[in-house]
Structures are given as structure tokens and as C-alpha cells.
Design a protein around this ligand. Structure first.
Ligand SMILES: Cc1cc2nc3c(=O)[nH]c(=O)nc-3n(C[C@H](O)[C@H](O)[C@H](O)COP(=O)(O)OP(=O)(O)OC[C@H]3O[C@@H](n4cnc5c(N)ncnc54)[C@H](O)[C@@H]3O)c2cc1C
Length: 124
């Protein structure tokens, strides 16, 4: 995968937030009952994160092919494609790449109560 945009850590944190929100309750419950975690919860994490990940990867791949490879592969002065010039100049468009890099398609927030406090007498 292309490293364009340096999004890896942002997306890793969003993955972790989604995993924590979806898995923390069921993991605690399965440990309490000494049973395996239902793999449906893992599929739910995949479902939540696959589209944002595939979308940013497609955008990175496009930037790699249409901008970086062209700029690095030529000795001529580089003229960015029209779409990129618009994204750099039009204020309403300018925010979109920054938002995609920072938050992805939708923001990931830790759900309140995703980490239940330790029960009385239980180590935190
Ligand atoms: C050279 C380089 C430069 C980068 N620069 C940037 C940058 O500037 N900005 C940016 O945002 N991103 C950057 N990235 C990308 C970023 O580091 C990754 O996208 C991010 O670390 C992914 O986090 P992760 O938690 O998903 O996976 P990882 O950070 O890979 O963590 C996975 C962990 O799981 C462990 N593990 C694997 N298998 C098992 C197992 N079976 N049992 C137990 N543990 C296991 C591994 O040892 C590892 O500690 C860079 C990556 C590289 C390689």
C-alpha cells in the first residue's frame, strides 16, 4: 500500500476505537462465562472499518499513480491534474482531503460505557 498522506496511525487508532466499542462488552461477558467470543462480533468490526479503509486506500493509490509517479518520473515542471488544483483552491473542496486523512468517512468515538468500570472487589 502507498504511504501517501501518512494516514496509517490515524486509521490504526480508528480501528482500535471500533474494536474497543464493539468487542469490550462481549469479551468481558465471554470471559465471565468462560466461553469463546462469538465471531460475529469480529465480523462487525470488519464491517465497520472495511469501507473507510478501502476508500482511503483507493485515494492513496490514485495520488500515487496520478501525482507522485508522474512528478517523479519526469524532468519537466509538474502541473498537478485539474481535480487536484480544484481541491487545493476551492475552499469547500479543500477541507475534504484533510477530513478524510484525519477522520475517515465517519469519525470514530469511544462509546461511553464501552469500558465498564471494574466490579467491586475486582482489580481495575
Ligand atoms: C517505515 C514506516 C513508516 C511509517 N510512517 C508513518 C507515518 O509517518 N505516519 C503514519 O500515520 N503512519 C506511518 N506508518 C504506518 C503505521 O505505522 C501503521 O499504519 C500503523 O502502525 C498500523 O498500526 P496497527 O496497530 O494496525 O498495526 P501494527 O502497528 O503493525 O501493530 C500490530 C502489532 O501486533 C503484533 N502482532 C502481530 N501478530 C501478532 C500475533 N499473532 N500475536 C500477538 N501480536 C501480534 C505486532 O508485533 C505489532 O506489535 C509507517 C509505517 C512504516 C512501516
Amino acid at each position: 500500500m502507498s504511504p501517501v498522506g501518512g494516514v496509517g496511525i490515524n486509521y490504526a487508532i480508528q480501528d482500535a476505537v471500533a474494536a474497543a466499542n464493539i468487542l469490550s462488552g462481549p469479551l468481558r461477558e465471554s470471559q465471565d462465562r468462560l466461553v469463546d467470543l462469538d465471531t460475529g462480533y469480529l465480523r462487525a468490526v470488519q464491517l465497520r472499518r472495511e469501507l473507510p479503509t478501502r476508500t482511503i486506500q483507493a485515494a492513496q493509490s490514485l495520488m500515487q499513480r496520478r501525482v507522485l509517479a508522474v512528478a517523479l518520473g519526469s524532468d519537466e515542471p509538474f502541473e498537478p491534474p485539474l481535480a487536484m488544483r480544484l481541491f487545493l483552491r476551492v475552499p469547500v473542496l479543500r477541507d475534504i482531503p484533510a477530513r478524510m486523512v484525519a477522520y475517515g468517512l465517519w469519525p470514530s468515538r469511544v462509546k461511553e460505557g464501552a469500558y465498564p468500570a471494574a466490579a467491586p472487589g475486582e482489580a481495575a
